[in-house]
Each structure stands twice: as C-alpha cells, then as structure tokens.
Design a protein around this ligand. Structure first.
Ligand code: GTP
Ligand code: MG
Length: 231
C-alpha cells in the first residue's frame, strides 16, 4: 500500500491519467505561487502604511490610523467570484480580473486622516494607482461608506519584478462599526419587512456619518486651540 493507493490501483493508472495528474499538480503550484506574490505585495503596502503611521504619530502626537487588517481571499471565495464573472478558474484569469485577492483594511479615527493617508500612499513613486472608489463622497445605495484604492506595487523575486494588485479599504471607526453590523445582518434580509430594514440601515449610516463629521469638527476646534496656545 502507498497511503490509500494499493499496487493494483497503480497498475490501472493510464498514461493519460498521469498526464492529467501532472497538469493539476502544475496548476496547484502556479496557484500557490500566485497567492505567494499577492501576499508579498500586501505586506509591501502594509509596511508603507506602518511607516506613515510611525512618522505621522511622532510628528503629530496621534495615530492617523487605529488598526490595520490584512487578508488574502480564500480559494473558495475566489472560485465563487470567478464563477459569478463566468470565467474559468485559471491563474491568468485571476490576475487579470480580480482586484481584491490581496486586501488591506485601514481603520482611521477621522475622515480627513483617510484622505491624508490615501494621498501619501498613492503618491509614492513605486505605487501605481489603478482606481479610486470614493464611497465616502458617493455612498453606496446601502449606505456603505469607505474609500477604496486599487493599487499596483512591484515585488522583486529572484529573477524578475512583477506588479501585483492590492485593494486598500480606508474607513473611520464609525464607518467600520456600521459595515460590520450591516454585513452580519445582510444574510437575514429574506424576512418580511426587508425593504424597511434596508431603509433603516441606510438611515443609520447617514446618522453615523453626521456623527463622524461632528467629531472631526470637534477635533479641528481642539487643534485650532492648541495652535493659538503655542503661538
Ligand atoms: P465585489 O465583487 O464585492 O468585490 O464588488 P466590487 O468589485 O464592485 O467592489 P466594491 O468596490 O463595490 O467593494 C466591495 C467590497 O466593499 C466588499 O468586499 C465589502 O468589503 C465592501 N462593501 C461594498 N459594499 C458594501 C455594503 O453595502 N455593505 C458592506 N458591509 N460592505 C460593503
Ligand atoms: Mg471586492
């Protein structure tokens, strides 16, 4: 016996089967390599954000972001997304059609920190900006607010340099609070008054936005007071 394969099983494996097995093994290896590249790109961007956080918090005495999370899309989610797009699950199709294989979520205290960090990041000379989706200026019909940047960053391997895509989502703590709860409740919308619940969620998002803006104004007043004191 070889694991679960017996000698008689092996004898019945045709040349065609072996070739297919080798093809699948190659595909698995290519897939793992692709995921490794996304992971490296994700950490390149995360390091850039950590550097900005350190520099700015030393200079301004407060952190421009509260927390940062990274994730690589799970193979099953990738597979489902490719199916939704009606595309065969191949390494080339993933690279050409999915922009959020590598994802970073940055949670800021204030709305202006989001734009300041996003500007600093997209202006770095090894970062290419592919797309900006400003769901703060233009919230989704659900009420969802965040700033999404699709970026490309080079990773340097033993023999070559390759640009990889990373999606960065910037949100305030308040926006994240809403998005997390809304995401949890999304799956429970197949109930009677789903339309009213959707409306209520959107209304809640607007209230949260007002509070976000109010908190920023308070901080600006405090900052202005500090500047006068220092003068
Ligand atoms: P996806 O196929 O979901 O990636 O959509 P897309 O390519 O059009 O990207 P989009 O910029 O709309 O952002 C998708 C991501 O933003 C999701 O994976 C969520 O993390 C987040 N998102 C977008 N809309 C909502 C929403 O209504 N509620 C919540 N909770 N999150 C959302
Ligand atoms: Mg997405």
């Amino acid at each position: 016996m070889l694991g679960n394969i017996s000698l008689s099983d092996l004898k019945s494996i045709s040349q065609e089967d072996i070739e297919q097995l080798l093809r699948i093994t190659d595909q698995i290896q290519d897939f793992q390599e692709l995921m490794m590249k996304y992971e490296c790109a994700m950490y390149e961007i995360k390091t850039k954000l950590d550097v900005l956080n350190k520099e700015l918090s030393l200079r301004n005495n407060r952190n421009p972001f509260e927390s940062i999370k990274t994730r690589i899309k799970a193979p099953i989610s990738l597979f489902e997304k490719m199916q939704r797009k009606g595309l065969p699950f191949t390494v080339d199709n993933i690279k050409d059609n999915i922009s959020d294989v590598a994802g970073i979520r940055v949670i800021c205290s204030f709305i202006d920190d989001i734009y300041m960090l996003a500007d600093c990041l997209k202006e770095q000379d090894d970062v290419r900006l592919v797309e900006i989706k400003d769901y703060i200026e233009n919230p989704k019909p659900s009420g969802y607010r965040s700033l999404h940047l699709i970026l490309e960053i080079p990773i340097f391997l033993t023999h070559d340099k390759e640009y990889m895509t990373v999606e960065v989502q910037f949100r305030t703590i308040a926006m994240d609070f809403w998005a997390s709860l809304e995401h949890k409740m999304k799956y429970k919308k197949d109930i009677q008054d789903a339309e009213m619940i959707t409306e209520d969620l959107c209304f809640s998002a607007d209230m949260i936005n007002q509070i976000d803006r109010r908190m920023q104004q308070i901080r600006e007043r405090i900052d202005a007071g500090r500047i006068q004191e220092d003068a």
